[in-house]
Design a protein around this ligand. Structure first.
Ligand SMILES: C[S@@+](CC[C@H](N)C(=O)[O-])C[C@H]1O[C@@H](n2cnc3c(N)ncnc32)[C@H](O)[C@@H]1O
Length: 340
């Protein structure tokens, strides 16, 4: 029987590229008003001016926001922050800071590139933030935006009644389909006593992951391996398996926005119903879980297809600030006999 659990209820509050509650909320509100009202040849001096101008340009160009920022103001603030070498959380507090000419030119160039090429902003600046942490990204990996990052923070430890496991007790974690390595890195930080295996079929993605693991100083705790799902970790068992696998169905693949077409196709394509890889993960996970372990898996809008494929599965659907029913948890006991 399927269950749904939302921690603290579903909030409409947007998050910034940092993945935290949007730091630019007040800047955003003012900028959005100005952007909607329209501005003509504005004098651009401060961070606030540039955010307002950039948001206005992005909004008028109808670019799609699907890569860690959810609206024109958040994306504008992200780009301005990058040009100013400010963490996204610092953009709002520094809104009145003057933008040097060189940084101003960089911002304007990025905005025009973003509009002309439709490339995600993260590729233009080679960076994206998740849960406040920076990750190097380029076209070899999908831009990090998984909801699992938030769940690692919200559902492990603390006084949450929906605590899935005490973080201190986890010693072996597997991140399947690691891409940039973002979830493996967040897991290594969330579970201080754990070593993390992180696998991907793409050698290109693993090269990016290796760079991120090194930059976060986690070479001694995260092991990267190339292989088809569990092939690279035969015989190993884990306390926790996390995965954000490809899960876009055929209809979704046919309708991917231009912004997503520059990302690796193999990061999206989940087969006709979207669940080709998810099925293989569910079917094999039990043989890789230690007693008491569990699988945390993101599936996008495939919940109905999964519930149809596994009507007896005791799936716990976990909501996040921006998602509902897109990530499930199932423990090792619940997986027992499911693959039949
Ligand atoms: C949606 S992306 C997730 C990347 C990263 N975990 C994240 O959340 O940003 C899916 C990843 O699965 C990888 N992948 C696709 N097919 C795979 C397979 N059969 N075995 C292992 N990895 C695969 C892709 O290369 C891609 O990096």
């Amino acid at each position: 029987m399927a269950k749904t659990a939302a921690r603290g209820g579903r909030s409409k509050a947007a998050t910034s590229g940092s993945g935290r509650k949007r730091p630019t909320a007040r800047v955003a509100a003012k900028a959005a008003n100005s952007a909607v009202a329209g501005t003509s040849a504005p004098e651009l001096e401060t961070i606030f001016d540039y955010v307002r101008h950039a948001a206005d340009r992005l909004q008028r160009a109808h670019v799609i926001f699907a890569h860690g920022t959810t609206d024109p103001v958040a994306e504008a603030a992200f780009l301005v922050g990058e040009a100013m070498q400010l963490h996204p959380d610092e953009v709002e507090p520094q809104a009145t800071l003057r933008v040097p000419k060189a940084a101003g030119r960089r911002i304007l160039a990025w905005i025009e590139q973003r509009i002309a090429t439709r490339k995600p902003a993260a590729y233009l600046v080679n960076r994206m933030y998740m849960r406040g942490l920076p990750f190097y990204v380029d076209e070899r990996v999908i831009v990090p935006r998984s909801f699992i990052g938030e769940i690692l923070d919200s559902h492990f430890g603390g006084d949450d009644v929906l605590c899935l496991r005490d973080p201190a007790t986890l010693t072996r974690v597997l991140d399947l389909c690691t891409g940039s390595g973002c979830l493996a890195i967040l897991a290594a930080r969330a579970f201080p006593n754990a070593t993390v295996d992180a696998t991907d079929l793409s050698a290109d993605a693993l090269a990016v992951a290796a760079r991120n693991v090194r930059e976060h100083g986690l070479d001694d705790r995260i092991q990267l391996a190339q292989g088809d799902l569990f092939a690279a970790v035969r015989g190993r068992r884990y306390d926790l398996i996390i995965s954000n696998p490809p899960y876009v169905d055929a209809e979704g693949m046919a309708g991917l926005p231009r912004e997503c077409l520059v990302e690796p196709r193999m990061a999206f394509d989940g087969g006709t119903e979207g669940i080709d890889l998810v099925r293989r993960i569910i079917d094999r996970a039990e043989t890789h879980l230690a007693p008491g372990g569990g699988l945390l898996c993101e599936v996008g809008r495939c919940k109905p297809a999964i519930e149809k494929a596994y009507p007896r599965a005791d799936l716990l659907w976990l909501d996040t600030e921006e998602s509902e029913g897109e990530v499930f948890w199932i423990d090792a006991a619940g997986l027992d006999g499911l693959s039949a």
